[in-house]
Design a protein around this ligand. Sequence first.
Ligand code: GDP
Ligand code: MG
Length: 829
Amino acid sequence: MMGNRNCHIYLSDIPTGESVYITKVLGHGAFRKRITEMGFVKGKKVKVIKNAPLQDPIEYEIMGYNMSLRRSEAAMIEVEPIIEGDLQQLFHYEGIIVEETPRMRGIPKTKRINVALVGNPNSGKTTLFNRVSGSHERVGNYGGVTVDIKEAVVKFESYKMNFTDLPGTYSITEYTPEELFVRNHIGEKKPDVVVNVVDASNLERNLFLTTQLIDMDIKVVIALNMYDELEYKGIDLNYHDLGLLLGIPIVPTIAVKGVGLVALLEKIIEVYEDQDPITRHIHINYGSMIEESIDRIRAELRKNKELTDQYSKRYLAIKLLERDQSTLDRLKICSNYESVKKITESEIRRLEREYKERSETVIADAKYGFISGALLETVSPKKRETLKKKKNFDRFLTHKYLGFPIFFFFMWLMFQTTFTLGAYPMEWIEMGVGYLGKLLSTKIPEGTLHDLLIDGVIGGVGGVIVFLPNILILFFFISLMEDTGYMARVSFMMDKLMHKIGLHGKSFIPLLMGFGCNVPAIMATRTLENRKDRIMTMLLIPFMSCSARLPVYLLIISAFFPKHQGLILFSIYLIGILIAVLSALLLKNTVFSRQDVPFVMELPPYRLPTMRNTLRHMWHKASQYLRKMGTVILVASILIWALSYFPQNKELLAEYDQQIAQVELNETLSSLEKEKLVLALELEKEGTHQEQSYIGQMGKFVEPVLLPLGFDWKIGISLITGLAAKEIVVSTMGVLYHADFEADDNSHNLAVKLQQQVHTTGKLKGQRVFTPLVAFGFMLFILIYFPCVAVIAAIRREASLGWAIFTIFYTTLLAWLVAFAVYQIGSLL
Ligand code: GDP
Ligand code: MG
């Protein structure tokens, strides 16, 4: 009854609220693969939930969870209306084939078990990992938050279990870097037991990955996580029978509450010791046609002893039928590569002729058929409770008219709270630092060590640590948005706009994270599936003004723009965004003018995060910041101090000291006049000394390039030191301008010192360095130029050395041009 219609209807034509069956997926390559693993296959029911506020993308419900697709992508899915009373079983279920020969692995049993966690994004792997290991990795309710692998050793019974939290994937193809990573980890590291974390409330799609693990012929334990949600949904699953069918033991868990974890650990040991009664090697029966093809390819592969000892032949054969390029490449070393390739091609042709579908789709359909059949045998739905409350909530947050205002309100609230609430603890820390400085300066005798500690360490690090509260609050908000699932909705709403500048809705999250710190933001681009999107997003992130740049703005604004503080700050952030948009358009029309990838994204259910998780998450980010303070910033502060302290021109310093002594002895002067003269001499001494120091020489060296921007050599020095980390700009200024954190009154604080600076060389000699124009240009320069060493290193790691070098030149050149334009045009007006 399916497929014999002449005029086709497409998913994009279906109005909100209606449900249809999928009859065919058009398109090819990445799009098709992606859409398949998310469950858009023949015979599945889809419901149109709603349009994004800008009418695109569209939210759909499939297999009981929510997905977003762009309109243009939904137009590639052929559908058919659901006919009342039409209860046909659309899937093909052949059950399993049990391997007769027992597996002989021959791995010597040690007391160390390597366990890898594998599962869909958002299935609770990281939560489970944290619970099991007692560690503090971040958890997020946003697809792909786990971008780095984490490891932890857990001692349980007589075993040492080595847990690895792998990135979340929907399947194990070669489609995203995460998938390749997981695949290589399983293939090369050969974990003893793989724990497949499965979201119980989303079984149908989650088991798709499980079918691939079955193909791989490895030891697996299923953690049936979110068992609470399954119960809440009122689904009755006989997981014991399902386990029997899959040949994989299933342990129900509720990771957030730590329920079922001991049973899970026990099961892992049992499976490792080959004691588990359920574990057996099964084959999914793909039907006689496909099985025949698998057999033929397998027979050819069997001729390669070395290779097939490492991988299951059946697995390789299935991968070949799926047109998996990296499997084919891996086989290149085989002597019979050509004939493997030939047989594969002819089998693919045979299947495609028969099924009139691409072979990858044929296999995926068979996998889903198997899952549907297995679930039909083991699931009996009880009364289904509607999750009305959450739905109403969502309707509000992604509402056509209210969606964006609500989002901007959250953004405003976030920044507002960050600064107003942060001001109080900031004051306390400032006082503490001042007190510490005073204490130390009385305890430690005058000399090099005194200067090092007071000026170098306390002056440098102290100037930066005061921003910790701001950063904590900002991270708290970002963590909260991630944990609740709101971030995914933001991507959903933003996709249309992001698409206009050649990006993907998902790029929005890394960009937003960039306001916290560019480094994790660059790492978060891994959640994007396509290299073009990843690189483009990475190149734009540095223009998202990170929190490290904030101290510089706050300092400059407080010194030179006392009237419109908020407005000026906002304008800096806005200019950053504007530059990012213009850069995106430039890149879109030059380097990256190719086609973009589908916007197939899961919209995870809203979850109320536990305060514990969110605080943990926040702390994780903040501790990275603290670590940076203790290492990069501390070392840089000392280095900068040393560069500005040495070489010591003893004669010159002695000369000044002599002059000062003479003034003090001069009987004809009043004590007030004396004080003035001494101060002037001391400042001159400091200035001359600094000019002759190593750092002064470096600043002088770059000054000619900076003079057209109105910058002097001291600014040059700050910019040089800012290469290490932007926070250091403030601490450098603290050291360079001898800001006195010991002083009680404000007369010595850094802002005032900055106001007093005058040019000491060139044609501007004698004039004030910082006019509001220069100050603004300086902030823009800080915003735009070379982000920091860590960011460049991250780009090098995530993209390539070439892109890292490109970023260095692109940002710095742009910064110069913008600051130049501001200063020159501003001076004319
Ligand atoms: P990962 O992407 O697989 O690492 O998933 P996470 O560990 O980041 O978890 C995703 C979300 O699911 C978080 O909001 C968790 O708090 C939540 N979560 C994890 N396990 C459970 C569970 O057993 N029950 C419920 N209700 N929520 C859970
Ligand atoms: Mg995770």
